[in-house]
Design a protein around this ligand. Structure first.
Ligand code: ADP
Ligand code: ADP
Ligand code: ZN
Length: 222
């Protein structure tokens, strides 16, 4: 993945598709920077910043936060010097307006998109994934009650932390709104990228390692 290292990769898929899981693996393996708008928003909410306060209501309701706010957030992320080595976008863009703004930002930097990887997962499986999701409070490692439990109950494999976070929006009820937002507002960006020939589909129903392998193949790393 040398020649394309600077070209950003987008991981696209409905909530629970495995974007965060795969982005973290790519970060570890290839030293790419992961820019996750969901993680950035949750950090802003925790800090209680103006941006966090604005985003909180949308997140709790399972609705998308306003485009202008999200575009500003990504513009800041792209300024980071580490981003020059290449980055993975997880959770952005989520609307056609965001996708168009991203194109303009990248063009200004002389960058163009590498691959847009769509992770397809059945709706029923998404709900099971979301309702069992938890994250280590200390290092952010993601787990699942059934699909990726910690080796030792209640102890993070990565850092030994013993406190885990469950997102308030990870419930079956809010998930309905999030899925509706995905279909209405996010799915239209699939044809937007397909037309440009940069869209790649992977079977997100496979296990974590098998999905990772499909992604590595797309990136030409194996
Ligand atoms: P997203 O970032 O797309 O919302 P996550 O990566 O957080 O999704 O994954 C959602 C949940 O499903 C997590 O608990 C994660 O451990 C689990 N998970 C991720 N990928 C897979 C997979 N391929 N098979 C089974 N469970 C998975
Ligand atoms: P998931 O991992 O389940 O796909 P995220 O963590 O990416 O969810 O996002 C959580 C919430 O943050 C979304 O439901 C939405 O309210 C908000 N959000 C994240 N990224 C965006 C974005 N690009 N545009 C609008 N809202 C966003
Ligand atoms: Zn941990």
């Amino acid at each position: 993945m040398t020649a394309q290292a600077a070209n950003p990769i987008i991981l696209l898929g409905p909530p629970g598709a495995g974007k965060g899981t795969q982005a973290r693996l790519l970060e570890e393996k290839h030293g790419l920077i992961q820019l996750s708008t969901g993680d950035l928003l949750r950090a802003a909410v925790k800090e209680g910043s103006a941006l966090g306060r604005e985003a909180k209501t949308y997140m709790e309701a399972g609705k998308l936060a306003p485009d202008d706010l999200m575009i500003r957030m990504i513009a800041d992320g792209l300024q980071k010097p580490e981003a020059r080595r290449g980055f993975i976008l997880d959770g952005f863009p989520r609307t056609v307006a965001q996708a168009a703004a991203l194109d303009a930002m990248l063009e200004q930097k002389g960058l163009s998109l590498g691959h847009v990887i769509v992770m397809a997962v059945d709706e029923e499986a998404l709900i099971t994934r979301i309702t069992g999701r938890m994250t280590c409070a200390k290092c952010g490692e993601g787990y699942h009650d059934s699909f990726k439990p910690t080796a030792k109950p209640g102890v993070c494999d990565k850092c030994g932390g013993t406190s885990f976070i469950r997102r308030p929006d990870d419930n079956a009820e809010t998930m309905k709104t999030r899925l509706a937002a995905y279909h209405a507002q996010t799915a239209p960006i699939i044809p937007y990228y397909e037309k440009r020939g940069i869209l790649r589909r992977v079977d997100g129903m496979a296990g974590v390692d098998a999905v990772a392998l499909q992604i590595e193949k797309v990136l030409g790393a194996v």
